[in-house]
Ligand binder design. Sequence first.
Ligand SMILES: Cc1ncc(COP(=O)(O)O)c(C=O)c1O
Length: 421
Amino acid sequence: MQDYETMEPDARAALLAELRVEYEAAKAKNLKLDMSRGKPGAEQLALSAGLHDPALLSPPQSENGLDCRNYGVLEGIPEARRLFAELLDLPPEQLIVCGNSSLSLMYDYLAQCMLFGAGGAPWCAQGKVKFLCPVPGYDRHFTILEQLGIEMINIPLRAGVPDIALVEQYARDESVKGLICVPKYSNPAGSTFSDETVRRLAALRPAANDFRIIWDNAYLVHDLYDETEPLLNILAAAGEYGTQDQCIVVTSFSKISFPGAAVSALAASPANIAAVLRRMNAQTIGYDKLNQLRHARFFRDAAGVRAHMHLHAQILRPKFEAVLAIFERDLRGSGVASWTAPRGGYFISLDLPHGCAKRTHALCKAAGVTLTGAGATFPYGRDPEDKNLRIAPTYPPLAELRQAAALLTLCARIAALEGLT
Ligand SMILES: Cc1ncc(COP(=O)(O)O)c(C=O)c1O
């Protein structure tokens, strides 16, 4: 395929006219395809059907004899803590097993810092406070920060990892209170932080002594292939640098079992675990321990989780590969797009020429393909270059996904050619 920019203007105009005919024909089909949200498909959900087996709750006592049908054990039942501890490679005492959502854990933790502080004065009493946000990133992180009135600063991902020199530079400002990130198979780039990145984050000496790194390890076991991309344990690394209090780790089983009905965990230094438990003690008498028990008995241990995730990968790999093959076929060589080819996680990040993401999104929408909003991968929904789109291949069945991806590349080519004409 010839690079669009080096084409003769007449050839470009002819190609644009040709693609527009193709687009009108596709539009006439009145399709309704959705590549917008990173949800597991029905086939993946079926893998966890065994969680409904009533035998999993018989007897209803956890291994320490506690009746899971009743109140108590705010920090989570021992077998669920052990399961998360094995996955996160941490002592069980350094984590709390909670309810269904890690997003609520992040929201509540940040709200706690705003209201009560993180060892210092409440953030809300310190004037303007700011957070560092690797971009492109997860839209819901940005929604939390925006709602709490925390100003967001973009930190570009370079070769899949945050620009650490820039992080170190911003961290010299006392009003910068932290960084929020997805360190493994990131949302949306699908990249994993290198050991050096993790070490430099763990070694960070920010001006603010109440600085927090929110380490959203949502995709820790979500490999698409047999080999995982290893991620250094930030709490262990921080232990070496004496900065454990700076790191708050969260994760969940949302995309292992059932989103909205799974279990989550927060891991941190002993001092932070104690502080979080004090706040939670006012918030709830305890989380859903029956669900913790069900999950612990169904998955048993980290090996059980990995075997289960292998089944997820068998469903997801063909979906990712189908989208990537269509990108290769339709966009490679045109000079109008670059994209990530993740080895795990839930997303592909697609970069288009400056100023083309919104137009591509609108063209897709008009032709019946729903994508995550252009700009959503940046704080305040503002992509400064209007070029990034998050592609979520997991939910639609394969045949629909192929149609949607082909329509997307058609729209991207039209938008790019319009920009050049
Ligand atoms: C990076 C990341 N973190 C958190 C979540 C939500 O997790 P939970 O269901 O545990 O709230 C998602 C869901 O897409 C995600 O992509």
